[in-house]
Design a protein around this ligand. Structure first.
Ligand SMILES: *[C@@H]1O[C@H](CO)[C@@H](O)[C@H](O)[C@H]1NC(C)=O
Ligand SMILES: *[C@@H]1O[C@H](CO)[C@@H](O)[C@H](O)[C@H]1NC(C)=O
Ligand SMILES: *[C@@H]1O[C@H](CO)[C@@H](O)[C@H](O)[C@H]1NC(C)=O
Length: 225
């Protein structure tokens, strides 16, 4: 992304939806702020600057977006103070649910960074689990990056599914931001799946979140139907 825009400072907001689910039976769905990282190698902007003004304009206009598609891309201002803002809500969240997620995310700015979270507890049969889990992620990737998988003239770039592994059922989702096309989405998945061993090796739940794609799996259903 940065190469396309030269030295223009780029800001991306990753609005991350965290579902705190106390138990499978009570689907108490809440948005909570997860994490952020800022990259300030291009320097910091000063208070009252044109850049700051454009950030605020971009954030305010994200507010007037309808959030219907769960995706937004906004540009404000002119070079060299132009601001780019993008958000992507999870595939089961649009409309008001996406809006509250963006509101939670917009207070923090994230740039070109990946991070992961995992359940500290291990599954009992790690090898089988990792093997079957990888197969499920590949299957979901194929579905998410299928060129024919379109909605409102846009690639869906999202897939969710579940699979029986031993005595357990694992639930998983993969998603790319809607600025990507199917090939770059597939490349993004390939890249974040490499973090599986670091994040998720034999863990009962895990997720890797990048600016352009993410995945998550749990041993309980965590998506809205
Ligand atoms: C959801 O969980 C939170 C925190 O545990 C609690 O404060 C809230 O009342 C719950 N909401 C519903 C609708 O159960
Ligand atoms: C920050 O962004 C620059 C490019 O703009 C990149 O070279 C550098 O690796 C990034 N730093 C971190 C910590 O991500
Ligand atoms: C899970 O397994 C790892 C490595 O095999 C171990 O270091 C860790 O303590 C285990 N976690 C729990 C909660 O038992």
């Amino acid at each position: 992304m940065s190469s396309n825009f030269g030295l223009v400072p780029i800001m991306a907001v990753v609005a991350i939806q965290l579902f705190l689910i106390p138990s499978v039976l009570s689907l108490n769905l809440t948005n909570a702020y997860l994490h952020h990282k800022c990259n300030n190698t291009q320097g910091k902007y000063s208070k009252g600057s044109a850049f700051e003004k454009n950030i605020n304009l971009a954030i305010r206009s994200s507010d007037s977006n309808n959030f219907l598609n769960g995706f937004g891309y906004i540009e404000k201002g002119e070079d060299p103070n132009k601001v780019f803002l993008m958000y992507q809500c999870r595939g089961d969240s649009y409309g008001s649910k996406c809006r509250s997620c963006v509101d939670a995310g917009v207070s923090e700015i994230d740039y070109e960074n990946d991070f992961y979270l995992s359940n500290p507890n291990n599954v009992s049969d790690k090898e089988l689990f990792n093997k079957e889990m990888s197969a499920l992620l590949v299957e979901l990737t194929d579905k998410a990056t299928d060129k024919n998988n379109m909605k409102n003239n846009k690639f869906v770039l999202y897939a969710a599914g579940d699979k029986r592994i031993g005595t357990k059922t694992v639930y998983a989702m993969v998603q790319c931001t809607k600025d990507l096309v199917t090939t770059s989405c597939a490349a993004c998945f390939e890249w974040i799946f490499k973090m599986f061993s670091e994040c998720c090796d034999g863990k009962r739940g895990g997720r890797v979140l990048g600016t352009s794609c993410n995945f998550r799996y749990e041993l309980y259903p965590f998506l809205r139907n």
